[in-house]
Design a protein around this ligand. Structure first.
Ligand SMILES: *Cc1c(COP(=O)(O)O)cnc(C)c1O
Length: 396
């Protein structure tokens, strides 16, 4: 077989899955600017600005705030390898895929993992977490996912971080899907190690992971008995590169153009305003919800803990959910996500993240979904969704 190798031109897509989200042309344009050296004074001042913008976005004054060179999973791993040593105990709340992944991280650090399990589709239960903290006073860490992308569920970060403080454990919080979409108040919560991702509600390209560490977490890192097992993620080394004031020492080559993109995306978020962005995600979620419910579809998660930016929608009985996703992609260029783990085949995951959270996207998605379901003779009510969605938008 001979393959003609040529430049890659991606198809036009509307990204309404669990991430990545649509990347605005302004961000892509920033990334196409000429590459400079990663120790160039101009790039160093850009890094300072990125840090400032990240502090604003995380709502923190934490000095140790930076973008890890790698996807959200790299930010997750950075938190665990720096804060845990072999023989430590960590409590991990698991209510979906990403909580399971945290547990994997803890075990690979050689630490003992106590899990607090919750049914998928439900938020982490602070009472169960408190019971675990009580019966494991040796636990040094409490880790949980703020916005579970596998189920569309928001957990109460404020209460969970307060519990960690009360029982003298550090909190590790996954805000990959929450940052920019719902309130993330790192200092307000008293959270200790928080990581996120560039490609969800920040609407940047994948590949960078914003992280922030409280003074308490930094103290823990400084008082380690052993070196961090990962040279690349060892924050005591990375700090020499991202650290403020300090002479920038070479650690690794930052993905220079990706940092341009993150800077632009964070700037756009700052221009919109964090609260306005949260309000937009909520408003767009209500429009999508009105449309889906008018059609006769329902949500996995209870309204009280439902994420606006990740909508886990139940697949009606008798519908081939994979065929629906394939039809949406082929006919309309729309990407939505499948269910994971025990929810495979049970739900679709419709993302309204960052720039993807827009009225035109919602109308397109509702029309396309309706068409896909009618093709399969699903028992839905056609012809109502678009008006129902629009009514919520014009009411205000
Ligand atoms: C997407 C996601 C991750 C992993 O991020 P990658 O960039 O895919 O490595 C971690 N946690 C949550 C909650 C996510 O949604």
């Amino acid at each position: 077989m001979t393959v003609k190798l040529q430049s890659f031109h991606p198809p036009k897509r509307v990204l309404m899955g669990p991430g990545p989200s649509d990347v605005p042309p302004r961000v892509l344009a920033a990334m196409a600017r000429p590459t400079v050296g990663h120790l160039d004074p101009a790039f160093v001042s850009l890094m300072d600005e990125v840090k400032l913008l990240l502090q604003k976005t995380f709502m923190t004054a934490n000095e140790l705030t930076l973008a890890v060179s790698g996807p959200g999973s790299a930010g997750m791993e950075t938190c665990f390898v720096n804060l845990l040593e072999p023989g430590d105990t960590a409590i991990v709340a698991v209510n979906g895929v990403f909580g399971q992944r945290m547990k994997e991280n803890v075990e690979r650090c050689g630490a003992g993992c106590v899990t607090v399990e919750e049914e998928w589709g439900k938020p982490v239960d602070p009472a169960k977490v408190e019971a675990a903290l009580k019966s494991h006073p040796e636990a040094r860490l409490l880790a949980f996912v703020h916005a579970e992308t596998s189920t569309g569920v928001l957990s109460d970060a404020q209460s969970l971080c307060a519990l960690a403080q009360r029982y003298d454990a550090l909190s590790v919080v996954d805000t990959v899907t929450s940052l920019g979409g719902v309130p993330v108040r790192v200092d307000g919560w008293g959270a200790d190690a928080v990581y996120s991702g560039s490609q969800k509600c920040l609407s940047c390209t994948p590949g960078l992971s914003p992280v922030t560490f409280s003074p308490r977490a930094v103290e823990r890192i400084r008082s380690r008995n052993r070196k961090v097992q990962s040279w690349f993620m060892d924050l005591s080394l990375v700090m020499g590169y991202w650290g403020s004031g300090a002479k920038r020492a070479y650690h690794h080559t930052a993905p220079v153009n990706a940092v341009y993109g993150l800077h632009e995306a964070l700037l756009m978020l700052a221009e919109e305003g964090l609260e306005a962005a949260w309000a937009r995600h909520r408003k767009m979620h209500l429009a999508l919800k009105a449309g889906l419910e008018a059609m006769g579809l329902s949500f996995l998660a209870d309204e009280s803990c439902r994420l606006p930016q990740l909508n886990a929608v139940r697949v009606p009985a008798g519908v081939d959910e994979a065929q629906v996703r394939a039809y949406l992609l082929e006919k309309f260029g729309i990407e939505i996500g499948a269910g994971l783990g025990p929810l495979a085949g049970q739900v679709w995951r419709i993302g309204l993240m960052g720039a993807s959270a827009s009225v035109p996207n919602i109308l397109l998605c509702l029309a396309a979904l309706e068409s896909a379901l009618l093709r399969q003779q699903a028992p839905i009510r056609p012809g109502l969704a678009a008006q129902a969605a629009l009514a919520t938008v014009s009411e205000r």
